[in-house]
Design a protein around this ligand. Sequence first.
Ligand SMILES: *Cc1c(COP(=O)(O)O)cnc(C)c1O
Length: 365
Amino acid sequence: MVKFMDLKSQLNSIRDEVIPAINHVIENVEFIKGPAVGEFENRFAAYIGAAACIGVANGTDALEIAIESLELPKGSEILVPANSFIASSEAVTRCGHRVVFCDVDDVTYNISLKDVKKRLTSKTRAIIAVHLYGHPCEMDSLCSFAEANGLFIVEDCAQAHGAYYKGLHVGNFGIVSAFSFYPGKNLGAYGDAGGIVTNNANIANKCRMIANHGRIAKYDHEFEGRNSRLDTLQAAVLNVKLKHLALWIERRRKIADVYRNGLHDIGGLILPSEAPGVSHAYHLFVIRTDFRDELASHLKLKGIETGIHYPTALSKLAAYNYLNQGGEDTFCNKSDRELLSLPMGEHLSDEQVLDVVASVRSFFS
Ligand SMILES: *Cc1c(COP(=O)(O)O)cnc(C)c1O
């Protein structure tokens, strides 16, 4: 049996550290804004190499609060890649703006600058740069385009903890960035959790206030915000796991190497690429084939779990019928039936990784 993800095996490897950390929070009744929260915010900002991290309740809130902090005129158009999780676009609409879906590049699977240029209008105010699957977007060209056109870049780093673009951790390129610590992410809590990262002091301050009822001091509310705080129990878990993250990412990268070496010569199978100058964090190892469903069934029979990210392009979801983008002749609208995610994570043994390689090969032979 090769599991797609295995949080139980990860728990077993850190049990001696993580259970005492959780108990400490409970015994000290530090449930809201306990010391572990500030500790995690500082340590995560340092890990990213950014000035500030604001812990929030989940990754979707992180995106929503990040976008709200920009104070864009209502009804602004915001460009979002059509291959992502719905949170990337949902946050835009929730903030009172209009989603405009862009196609993704057929090699990196990240937002296509060529398509961004086509979708630009006088109402466009921002781009959501989703570092999908853990592969950084092409930030040099995206940032110069944004700057030339007065657009903000908000990075959606929910899948990209441990990903670097030209030596700099993702989360440092846009004006503000959102991370998710959903349990299955590269760095995951034991429940919902998220973080906003920024190098802009005003944005950091604004986000911190929005997430905590528009206040800094106890009953001094400068505006109406909301409640989206990082739970202390989750922060305690994240403090333990952050120490292991670099090694876990290294292991993901090794597994990706083994997959690549073992599968690169199969005709009709497209492997993920890693652009020059970037370090892919391999949240997911997504392959493409015309025989996706047949391959998934074959692997299932061999006891190997797979996933699909994502089975339907956002532009084709019922939620976005009103945008009329589902019928466009785009790579996203066509390729969603070819995508298959192989098992990935530090839970996999060398033997299991080779088993996956052999089983994929046996399907194609
Ligand atoms: C997981 C994810 C989110 C949302 O994070 P939650 O913590 O689940 O709210 C946002 N964007 C992308 C690309 C994601 O994968």
